[in-house]
Design a protein around this ligand. Structure first.
Ligand code: ADP
Length: 765
């Protein structure tokens, strides 16, 4: 440490140096003010002893000169001459620490002054250092406060904000200027404030108080904060404010979720990843009868009934551990041993790293549903059984009814032709028409049972539908004319082709025309056939429009239901079974067609059926409208009698044998075999052109077996065999064909039906 002596008296300088060095200081000495200034530019002495009177300037000028520079003026003592005390006062004003008078005590006083001044300087330095440290720690504290991601406030004892960190601005959206000077309560959202204004005065020094409030931000948003406040020794308050809006929302959601789980009407089980139960909801306890402590810590196997196999569980775990959901049904056991059905969905719960931590099972008690299902299954089986019984019953009844009916119809027909007495003819006509009605009803009932049992074999063949519809329409000409109806057939095209079933399509048209004639007593019936294009598909339509009794809006739907008629019960005004439309609709749908009706009560009805058509250009178009019908009596052409074809009729029923004999009189040579043995005997003796084969022969082989036998004779490989049977369930027919029959004729048949088929075959031959 250096003490600078600025003194022009060299002798005195030496003496002073001596004294000072005794204190352990080093010294430097300079004789003029100018040099001293230069020296000070590069050195910083600890203390300067300045002689007031220097050769170039006095002490006052020197200090003032120094003040003009940016140099730090070191602490200094002034030495003056005797009687210059006023100078000393002046210098003290300029900053001198003390002064020494150059008298005889000068050197003696020097140590004492030096001691005092150095002590003073030491103290000053220490204070300065402390102050610097304080400043430094204060700025660090400031920085920290500014860095904080919580709002930090300082308030006066009255609650006025004195300072706030910048996060406070972010939190509230207010500027610092706006925040400072506000009362803390003005920050809080009004609603809560009114309920419970914040009371700083309730604080005790040193205690930390935690409160939760809403803050109304400057953008109108309300956030929730928690505020920790501490009263400082000086009576101010420091608060740390944290935005807990997100946490609150999460807590709220958690509360909602947990009460949903708690109150849920489905059972919920949460296990850890090892399958140990950690949570069950009240519903599970209610369903199973277990208590909470009987389930927590257990494995869900406590619910096992043992019906689910070990492999099933393995499969379930294999799915779950891949992180996928498993859905299935358990047959579980309650605490009291009772079994119950549960439908369960088990899902793995994963942490943020995608690792499975838990499994959640959500289960619903489906015991009632399951019981219903089982009952339903039983009912279904029973219904199927009933339906099978019904089909068998119908097949048997069919045979039992048709065979005698054939006799009734056959002989009634013959009687009608042979009888002379008008009364008798009438009687025979009644028997014939009643028998026909019975036969038609039978057909309808059987058709329906076939359709319902989906037993019918739909074949698809290219048909020319204009002629088919025209022929069917022709069948009703007479009935329509008798009712004096204006009965018309209109074909918009000459020919229309479509792929349809040749047995079922005509039945639909027949039913519809039959109804229109039945339900129309005056006016007209127009049957129209034509084509149209629908969404690029070619269709053909048949419209049957009548001016009959019509159908009311409320009844329009029931007409499609089986056995439903508009006039039902004892007041039934029309004959019929209520089956025609049901069958027609089902058949139409099976043939990929549509059927619709438009009708007005008392005005008439229009039934429209549509089916896909095959587009084919027919060269010469016929006139657009025709009123024309074909004869019902087709296929009755007489066969040249010179060489009559030979027919073998295999039939056990004598009535039928006689009817057929009469039918074929003068047209065919007929032999009868009443069982298989006779039939085979006859074919060995003679060569027949056609064989009529009854299928149910009562005893011995049935018709199918006989047919197979006949086919073994080389001379009978190609002989036409017509299956004649009352078994007309749809699937039977294909069976006959497979056995070797070439044609098929259903009982009861009329003379024309039989002749038509025989004539066709013999012409072909
Ligand atoms: P039904 O054997 O009674 O004719 P359907 O199933 O063919 O049985 O018809 C059911 C009912 O629909 C009929 O009873 C009749 O009430 C009504 N219906 C059918 N066609 C017509 C029509 N062209 N005009 C008025 N009503 C009809």
């Amino acid at each position: 440490m250096n003490i600078l002596i600025v003194e022009d008296d060299a002798g005195l300088t030496e003496l002073v140096k001596e004294k000072i060095e005794l204190f352990g200081f080093q010294t430097a000495s300079i004789q003029s003010a100018g040099k001293a200034i230069d020296w000070l530019k590069v050195n910083t002495p600890y203390l300067m002893i300045l002689d007031y009177r220097l050769p170039d300037m006095n002490g006052k000028e020197f200090i003032m000169e120094l003040q003009k520079t940016e140099l730090v003026i070191p602490p200094f003592i002034v030495s003056t001459g005797q009687g210059d005390e006023h100078i000393a006062v002046e210098m003290m004003k300029l900053g001198a620490r003390d002064y020494l008078v150059k008298n005889r005590y000068f050197l003696d006083k020097l140590p004492e002054v030096l001691k005092r001044i150095t002590d003073e300087i030491e103290n000053e330095n220490k204070r300065k250092q402390t102050e610097e440290k304080l400043l430094e720690s204060e700025s660090k504290y400031r920085e920290l406060i500014e860095l904080a991601v919580d709002g930090i406030l300082m308030c006066s004892h009255e609650g006025i904000i004195i300072s706030a960190n910048s996060y406070m601005q972010k939190l509230t959206g207010r500027t610092l200027d706006n925040l400072i000077g506000l009362h803390i309560n003005t920050l809080f959202s009004g609603e809560v404030l009114n309920k419970e204004p914040y009371r700083f005065d309730l604080h005790l020094e040193g205690n930390i108080v935690l409160i939760e409030r809403n803050i109304l931000c400057s953008n109108g948003k309300i956030i929730t904060i928690e505020m920790h406040t501490k009263m400082m020794p000086n009576g101010t308050y420091q608060s740390i404010i944290r935005d807990i809006t997100g946490r609150k929302m999460a807590e709220d959601n958690l509360r909602k979720l947990s009460s949903a789980v708690e109150q849920s009407q489905v059972s919920i089980v949460i296990t850890n990843k090892d399958g140990v139960i950690e949570y069950v909801n009240p519903k599970l306890l209610e369903v199973t009868g277990f208590a909470v402590d009987e389930t927590i810590g257990q494995n869900p196997r406590i619910f096992k009934s043992g019906e689910f196999s070990g492999n099933d569980y393995k499969d379930m775990w294999n799915i779950l551990i891949t992180g996928k959901e498993w859905k299935g049904i358990f047959h579980n056991r309650k605490k009291n041993g009772e079994l119950f059905w549960e439908s369960a969905t088990i899902s793995p719960v994963k942490n943020e790293f995608g690792e499975i931590t838990h499994f959640v099972a959500v289960k619903e008690d489906i015991t009632k549903k399951k019981e219903m299902e089982i009952n339903l299954q039983k009912a279904l089986e029973k219904a199927e059984e009933m339906s099978r019984l019904k089909s068998n019953f119908l097949a048997n009844m069919n045979h039992e009814l048709r065979t005698p009916l054939n006799g009734i119809l056959g002989f009634a027909g013959i009687l009608k032709e042979e009888l002379k007495d008008q009364e008798h003819i009438k009687m025979a006509s009644v028997i014939l028409s009643s028998g026909r009605r019975l036969s038609e009803t039978l057909n309808l009932i059987l058709d329906l049972s076939d359709v319902e049992a989906e037993k019918i074999d739909i074949s698809s063949k290219k048909l020319e539908v204009v002629s088919i519809v025209k022929n069917i329409a022709g069948l009703f000409t007479e009935a329509a004319l008798q009712k004096k109806l204006d009965y018309r057939f209109i074909n918009k095209e000459r020919k229309i082709f479509a792929k349809l079933d040749e047995q079922f399509f005509p039945r639909v048209i027949y039913n519809l025309i039959d109804n229109s004639v039945k339900y129309t007593d005056k006016g007209s019936i127009v049957i129209e056939i034509g084509t149209e294009n629908q969404n690029n598909n070619s269709l053909f339509y048949v419209k049957i429009k009548d001016t009959g009794i019509g159908i009311s809006k409320e009844n329009i739907e029931i007409i499609w239901n089986a056995f439903r008629q508009i006039s039902e019960g004892l007041n039934r005004g029309y004959e019929g079974t209520g089956l025609g439309l049901t069958i027609s609709k089902r058949i139409t749908e099976l043939l990929h067609g549509t059927i619709e009706v438009e009708s007005e009560l008392g005005k008439g009805s229009e039934f429209i059926v549509k089916f896909p058509a095959i587009l084919e250009i027919v060269e010469e178009p016929e006139p657009m409208m025709q009123k024309e019908f074909v004869s019902v009596e087709s296929g009755t052409t007489d066969h040249p009698s010179k060489e009559l074809p030979r027919v073998l009729y295999v039939e056990d029923d004598i009535t039928n044998q006689n009817v057929v004999k009469l039918y074929l009189k003068n047209r065919y040579l007929i032999d009868i075999a009443d069982d298989a043995i006779n039939a085979l005997k006859l074919i060995e003796q003679k060569k027949y052109d056609i064989i009529l084969m009854d299928i149910n022969l009562g005893r011995g082989m049935n018709g199918i077996q006989v047919t197979k036998e006949i086919r073994k004779y080389s001379s009978y490989v190609n002989t036409p065999i017509i299956a004649v049977t009352a078994y007309t369930m749809g699937s039977d027919k294909s069976e006959f064909m497979r056995a070797g029959c070439t044609n098929y004729l259903a009982k009861p048949f009329y003379k024309n039906d039989l002749l038509k088929i025989l004539d066709e075959i013999s012409i072909r031959k």
